[in-house]
Design a binder for this molecule. Structure first.
Ligand code: NAP
Ligand code: COA
Length: 269
């Protein structure tokens, strides 16, 4: 255990897309550290396992079927969480969609699907929990980004643009909601092992090898490593941190290959 056991006891967390991949481990780690957890996503088949894990850790779990693209459904998630647990302390906007497609082939619907899940979904869900957090005197929102959002995102233009929007939204909401003691931060992963994101974007071994070459720490991240960044940002240790983007990518975004000296002569690679 990296953090003090039970430091989130009495807290309630909502995690969108909390039944799979990174969201699954974020939900589990929040529960392991004391939080009751609400997971929300479209497919109920994704919920059974995380509910079992959260309950096995001695915490309460609630799984809700919801599409974050619909503001009414996000409102319902907040209402149901409040009915069941009486408060919402943490929101992790983790739900996303992504697929590889060159921009010139992307259909309007393909663009819309991803932008609506990632950007609209993050805004709608954040807006939905705000009244509860405000009434309680505070809360913590963590948006999951992607490290190509401020670089370029070839073949994932939809996701890159939407995640860039999420980063700007993170900073804007951090300022607007600071008077309510609602902190809004982002955690930005690089490629994380054992996830749908990596399966979809670098499924073939050659692409995976090429990507590994661009990561100074020379490995993919682990889902736990993203979860620990989330735990830090929702913890009292981060009480004075808002609008921050915590990058968890092994140094990938520095694109070090451009400047890497060779092992033998110190020249440029
Ligand atoms: P994942 O397992 O496919 O997670 C996406 C989740 O979003 C699923 O649980 C899905 O559940 C949910 N979801 C999708 N559309 C939704 C909608 N309209 N409404 C509600 N929920 C919806 O993928 P992942 O790789 O773990 O990605 C998790 C997060 O990390 C994403 O924000 C992704 O952009 C980010 N990220 C991942 C990586 C990586 O290497 N994996 C790298 C950078 C950033 P349902 O199908 O049940 O709706
Ligand atoms: N290449 C090109 N276009 C694609 C595509 C692909 N691999 N996958 C989907 N699309 C297009 C579809 O063709 C459709 O456009 P069209 O109506 O013009 O044909 C559009 O995207 C919407 O697809 P649909 O399947 O109806 O959307 P959905 O709302 O049911 O699902 C997605 C959303 C497309 C993002 C789906 O992949 C999904 O649910 N993803 C969640 C899991 C995920 O992406 N995980 C990784 C997170 S990093």
């Amino acid at each position: 255990m990296v953090f003090r056991e039970g430091f989130l006891e009495g807290r309630v967390a909502v995690v969108t897309g909390g039944g799979t991949g990174i969201g699954f481990v974020v939900s589990r780690e929040l529960a392991r550290h004391g939080a009751d957890v609400v997971v929300a996503s479209r497919n109920p088949e994704h919920h059974a396992q995380i509910v079992r894990e959260v309950e096995a850790l001695g915490r309460r779990a609630l799984a809700l079927q919801a599409d974050v693209r619909d503001p009414e459904q996000t409102k319902r998630v907040a209402e149901r969480a409040l009915e069941r647990f009486g408060r919402i302390d943490i929101l992790v906007n983790n739900a996303a969609g992504n697929f590889l497609c060159p921009a010139e082939k992307l259909t309007p619907n393909g663009w819309r699907a991803v932008v609506e899940i990632v950007l609209n979904g993050t805004f709608f869900m954040s807006r939905a929990v705000l009244p509860a957090m405000r009434a309680q005197g505070g809360g913590s929102i963590v948006n999951i980004g992607a490290n190509y959002a401020w670089l370029a995102a070839p073949h994932v233009a939809h996701s890159g643009a939407a995640k860039a929007g999420v980063l700007n939204l993170t900073r804007t909401l951090a300022v607007e909601w600071a008077p309510y003691n609602v902190r809004v931060n982002a955690v930005t992963p690089g490629p994380i092992d054992d996830t749908e994101g990596v399966r979809r974007l670098m499924g073939d071994p050659a692409t995976k090898r090429a990507v590994l070459e661009t990561i100074p720490l020379k490995r993919l991240g682990r889902r736990e490593e993203v979860a620990w960044a989330v735990l830090f940002l929702v913890s009292p240790a981060a009480a004075y941190i808002t609008g921050h983007n915590l990058v968890v990518d092994g140094g990938m975004w520095f694109n070090h290959r451009m400047f890497r000296p060779t092992a033998t002569d110190g020249g440029l690679a």
